[in-house]
Design a protein around this ligand. Sequence first.
Ligand code: SAM
Length: 223
Amino acid sequence: MESDAIRWISVNGEKNAATLNLVKGDSVYGEKLVKHEGEEYRLWDPFRSKLAAALKKGMKNMPIKNGSKVLYLGASTGTTVSHVSDIVGPSGIVFAVEPATRVARELIENVASKRKNVLPILEDARKPQSYFAVFGKVDVVYCDIAQPDQTDIAIANCAAYLKQGGVMLLVVKTRSIDVTMDPRAVVTQEASKLEKNGFAIEQIINLEPFDRDHGMIYCIFRS
Ligand code: SAM
């Protein structure tokens, strides 16, 4: 899949995803900047970003597009947020939720201060009613918070902010949910919880070898 903001660029014989750099000359986490067809792109490392890993592992359809409004839970220092910011571009917006102050400081200094389309929200995703900065409904909810109750948290955030027919991308860290269960069974269990809560499962992507014991569920919000 290729859009204007996402390109597959060959580097040392390997095809790598890259995003059109919204802030020319700026490398956020040490990623390489490359020129492609006269534009500057940032290489997107699948070992550093689970969204890049999902693309590399065959995500059928990228729901985040130019102009998208995205609610991003678990922004951390902004590695993936920065690429999402490139993709949505100046007409889109990324509401980036992160409660840990140490990493949120880096998110603000390295990402939000330079990218006007990133709005940091220093809150716990367990309290979606406290995000006063979020206006209207969003097109996509991305959830990567590595908590045992992450699916319930994601569902509550979608109920509050995701539009009908919007997409939720849920990163499932199977070891955070149950270390004793087979990782595939954990992902299936979380997918069936989503179905019971009005989501249609479009795709389940195993993120190995980029992330061990991680899967991504791509689902559509129906109610
Ligand atoms: N998504 C990031 C990326 O790709 O660059 C990495 C996210 S990291 C695996 C998980 C993040 O979730 C941490 O920064 C952690 O502080 C955050 N987190 C944990 N519990 C949370 C909660 N209840 N609400 C929001 N974020 C949470």
